[in-house]
Design a protein around this ligand. Structure first.
Ligand code: AR6
Length: 171
């Protein structure tokens, strides 16, 4: 199980995987942060496709092509906005990971890269989000062996160090 997880520091748009996950918003029409980076790297065809998808509720996931990205697919998921922790944020974030992994299995993606969903503009505390990311991924990989590798892409040293620390607590 542990050997299926990789933690790297870098830019998710550069990952050579079957699918990358995007931390999008409910419109799926692009934005800042990792969403902006993914749309820039994929090219305008991505927006054309996500416009047709027509949005995505918080906690769910939708699949598009990867266009100019090395990844064949983008799995768009919408994390919760942090509102203090009593507004179902934990469960919604957990369902982002579950639904993204489920979507990966459905399209036949064997390697998947995740950003740290909700921990940028949406303000979710990093350690708490990282625990949820690992717990859900672990549960999923335990019951479904079709995904071979999950890469957590950390944007910056602080996130990388947090991921490394929490990894040892959960796996
Ligand atoms: N590769 C990997 N991680 C990145 C990259 C990158 N190129 N760029 C940023 N991150 P955020 P959210 C990290 O704000 O909190 C958008 O406008 C970043 O350091 O991108 O889910 C959407 O359209 C942070 O750790 O997503 C939504 O409106 C993590 O990605 C809103 O932001 C997530 O930060 C979603 O907010």
């Amino acid at each position: 199980m542990k050997e299926k997880i990789e933690i790297v520091e870098g830019d998710i748009t550069k990952q050579q995987v079957d699918a990358i996950v995007n931390a999008a918003n409910t419109s799926l029409l692009g934005g800042g942060g990792v969403d902006g980076a993914i749309h820039r790297a994929a090219g305008p065809e991505l927006l054309e496709e996500t416009r047709k998808i027509g949005g995505c509720p918080t906690g769910e996931a939708r699949v598009s092509g990867g266009y100019r990205l090395p990844a064949k697919w983008v799995i768009h998921t919408v994390g919760p906005v942090w509102r203090g922790g009593n507004r179902n944020e934990d469960e919604l974030l957990a369902s982002c990971y579950r639904n993204s992994l489920k979507a990966a299995v459905e399209i036949g993606a064997k390697t998947v890269a995740f950003p740290s969903i909700s921990t940028g503009a949406y303000g979710f505390p990093l350690e708490r989000a990282t625990k949820i990311a690992f717990t859900e991924t672990k549960k999923f990989l335990e019951k479904d062996d079709r995904i071979e590798k999950v890469i957590f892409v950390c944007f910056g040293k602080e996130a990388f160090n947090t991921y490394k620390k929490i990894f040892d607590q959960i796996f």
